[in-house]
Design a protein around this ligand. Sequence first.
Ligand SMILES: CSCCC(=O)C(=O)COP(=O)(O)O
Ligand SMILES: [Mg+2]
Length: 220
Amino acid sequence: MISVILTDIEGTTTDIAFVHDVLFPLSRRAMPAYVAEHWDSEDVRQAREATRQSSPEALTAQLVAWIDADRKESTLKAIQGKIWRTAFESGQVKSHVYPDVPPAFERWKANGTRIAIFSSGSVEAQELLFRHSDHGDLTPFLSAYFDTTTGPKRESRSYTAIADALGVPRTAVAFLSDVVAELDAARAAGMSTWQLLRPGIADDPASPHPKVGTFDALGF
Ligand SMILES: CSCCC(=O)C(=O)COP(=O)(O)O
Ligand SMILES: [Mg+2]
């Protein structure tokens, strides 16, 4: 029996284009000033350590290269979350959420199923995205957030750690994602899995995971 729905963001609740065409360019543009102005802050210090870069210019170049390569580095993701806060809170940006997501969140919460997020975006960024969505504040539906500080999304130990943190058996968790390698890792940990095939996403016939186009089609 499923007691927790664990969902990915990009390509699952939210259009990949919103992340790549709105959020990433925003962090790319703001990165030089952010790094220079927060050189001694904890998040920039951790990025300096992770990259071994010792000047603001070199660190900025490394972080921008990671953005361009879509690298899911925890230190980059932490800084992006800080940058996006200003954009979300000023009203400059509202996040895209597919229209079937809010009613599904309502349905699951009403029947006592907990909803948790697992994304490469930092926990701070995840909360911002769901608080400032184009369907309003969705955070009241969410009970937990996990990012790559818990572990990589393609390793089964991350899913074991999430189930342990939630205090449920792994078999009680349904994981939803567009990425087969993430679903494989969750399934190897014992979770049930469903693959989201949002518009424009090519079907991989080799994927062993049940496929749905929307959360409505999940049937729960
Ligand atoms: C507000 S979350 C931003 C999304 C992001 O930075 C990202 O890398 C998306 O990764 P996901 O694991 O959700 O595919
Ligand atoms: Mg995804």
